[in-house]
Design a protein. Structure first.
Length: 367
């Protein structure tokens, strides 16, 4: 089978990488197309050449006359509508991967799904919930396969990741996910958050790390636009240096505690099995689009952010510092990792490292 993996953004490689490796292992002819120009999450072409050249051919331009695949695969239902329309006229079929559940939220927000021959999502639980919200109108044709990004965990050991990131033996690691400042909050609220809450939160984490002889490592992204003072308050700041293998998963494997502003990074943290603290720097409903809020409330606010080993701290109103300190103390207690994985699987699908296998089985069956 000839397969095109269309990758306009570098962070799509965390899903496409496992698929490329498994497709090549099965003997398929794989071409990764990473067009130049979109640098939102890094240079997609440079990352693809560095991370996937061993398992696939990589190019920035694709002529269907030179390489006519049975399937083209992309991440997200929003991706490349014009390219899909033009290439489907030439007989190319398109399949959509789901990034952290975005396919469901896109449909609930009113997005269309025309121009796709195969649409996937993460879990059957989430698909059924979205279908129920719309009385069967949306979600019925999405096929749950799991989350291919998490297939990478099979090749990552804690000792190997700690050695790669030069963590001294016996040293605990607190991994702090820096804050993306939601546009919906408005400029004044984002400024107020940076000036007061963010700085005080990091100060609390710094003091906790010092008392316990731990490293405070910040995992950031370019879009977060972290304040300049953040690097001075922590031991290391790490960006998205690599997507296959994914830097975030390696740091989570090496860490002993994850603290972050309530986000989808809970998926990776739960899959790894870490104690977690999820901070709300603002009321959750303020930063979610109304159509997607029921999904986020069911599977995050009442799910992964509140499952075994996970705690939520509202960093607004009075006494939030005491709540954060109590959550840090509680993070040292044992917890049921199986219960945490169950909460994760309700959203992300089976955590068996076989999502890429299930996807390729589908493509081969329809080839």
């Amino acid at each position: 089978m000839r397969l095109v993996l269309y990758c306009p953004r570098a962070n799509h490689l965390k899903l496409l990488g496992p698929v490329a490796s498994e497709a090549t292992r099965r003997g398929h002819d794989v071409l990764v197309v990473a067009p130049e120009g979109n640098v939102k999450s890094g240079d997609a072409l440079a990352h693809a050449r560095a991370e996937l050249s061993a398992v696939a051919r990589v190019t920035d331009r694709w002529r269907v006359a030179d390489f006519r695949p049975q399937w083209a695969l992309a991440v997200g239902l929003r991706t490349a509508p014009t390219l899909r329309r033009l290439t489907r006229r030439l007989g190319v079929r398109w399949a959509a991967l789901d990034h952290a559940g975005d396919n469901l939220t896109f449909l609930l927000e009113g997005g269309g799904c025309n121009g796709w021959d195969l649409r996937t999502t993460l879990s059957e639980d989430a698909r059924q919930f979205a279908e129920g919200l719309t009385h069967g109108v949306l979600g019925h044709d999405l096929i749950p396969i799991g989350y291919p990004e998490l297939d990478q965990l099979a090749g990552m050991t804690r000792d190997g990741c700690r050695a790669k990131w030069s963590v001294p033996p016996g040293k605990a690691v607190i991994l702090f996910g820096s804050a993306a400042r939601p546009i919906r909050l408005g400029r004044v609220r984002r400024w107020w958050f940076d000036l007061l809450r963010h700085r005080r939160i990091v100060g609390r984490l710094r003091a906790w790390a010092d008392r316990h002889g731990a490293l405070l490592v910040v995992k950031t992204r370019a879009k977060h636009r972290d304040p300049a003072w953040l690097a001075d308050r922590c031991d290391r700041v790490v960006g998205d240096e690599c997507f296959y293998p994914f830097t975030t998963l390696e740091l989570l494997r090496a860490a002993d505690l994850y603290v972050g502003f309530a986000s989808a990074m809970a998926i990776e943290a739960c899959a790894v099995g870490l104690p977690q603290i999820h901070l709300h720097g603002w009321s959750p409903w303020r930063v979610e689009w109304p159509a997607a809020w029921p999904l986020k409330r069911r599977f995050f606010l009442e799910g992964m952010w509140d499952c075994e080993g996970s705690r939520q701290v509202a960093c607004y109103g009075g006494l939030w510092g005491d709540r954060l300190s109590a959550a840090l103390e509680a993070s040292e207690r044992p917890f049921d990792r199986d219960g945490q994985r169950v909460a994760c699987a309700r959203w992300a699908g089976p955590l068996d490292g076989q999502a890429s296998h299930r996807l390729l089985d589908l493509l081969e069956a329809r080839c």
